[in-house]
Design a protein around this ligand. Structure first.
Ligand code: DC
Length: 221
């Protein structure tokens, strides 16, 4: 199976871009951040602080399934579709928190590898090319400046809530970067086998074009 791994920080556009690339290439898209978000959603719903409980016992109560419908990933938590419930700032922060835990990472590793084995995939996250699929055919590190990423998130969130504050979002993005890049387990990092794409100066269409060129060139080599 052909695997394109896309890693990068929060707000770099990974999820949207991976979904569009998958559609273009007729591959399956796996957004692995959504799996961490599903676990965070469970903890949030059950009012559980992941730092104070026996995670192992809790994970026994969690069953996550992933289906793809018309290139849209659907996430099921214990047979209930929660896809529309996991994109809040609260869940973003909690997911980053949960992702530091070794048991959570081990729990999701097998699931991610099973999904990547099933079909040709564009799979995105933080540790896909370093840990989950180290032998991926193409590895891309997608990034942009924190200010650009915060501005994109601000414009997106403002549609739902006119009171959102840009400075707060920038602070959250920087905190998540620090947390994702400095955690002990599978931190977000770029290794020499990645091709770096910095889309600070590019819009969505331009980024997609660059990524498709990168993928085509990597395949031809
Ligand atoms: O990409 P995202 O914002 O949906 O990811 C949510 C959190 O999950 C992110 O802060 C870090 C974590 N994550 C991870 O540790 N490893 C991955 N492969 C994907 C996400």
């Amino acid at each position: 199976m052909f695997c394109i791994a896309i890693d990068g920080p929060a707000g770099s556009g990974k999820s949207t871009i991976s979904k569009m690339l998958a559609k273009e290439l007729n591959f399956t898209n796996i957004d692995t951040g959504a799996l961490y978000r599903a676990i965070a959603y469970y903890f949030s719903r059950e009012n559980i602080d992941p730092n104070t409980i026996n995670i192992e016992n809790e994970l026994e109560h969690i069953k996550i399934d992933v289906h793809n419908e018309n290139f849209e990933q659907q996430i099921f938590l214990n047979d209930v579709n929660i896809t529309d419930k996991i994109r809040t700032e609260k869940i973003s922060k909690l997911a980053s928190e949960c992702s530091k835990n070794i048991l959570v990472r081990e729990y999701l590793l097998g699931l991610q590898r099973d999904l990547a084995r099933k079909s040709n995939t564009v799979i995105d996250g933080r540790d896909i090319g370093t840990v989950v699929v180290p032998n991926a055919d193409v590895k891309i590190f997608l990034t942009a400046s924190p200010e650009t990423r915060a501005k994109r998130r601000y414009l997106e969130l403002k549609l739902k809530d006119p009171n959102v504050n840009y400075e707060d979002i920038l602070k959250d993005i920087k905190n998540r970067d620090t947390q994702d890049m400095n955690r002990e387990l599978s931190p977000l990092k770029i290794t020499p086998d990645y091709i770096k794409v910095d889309n600070t100066e590019y819009n969505l269409e331009e980024t997609i074009k660059i990524m498709l060129d990168v993928i085509k060139r990597s395949i031809e080599i």
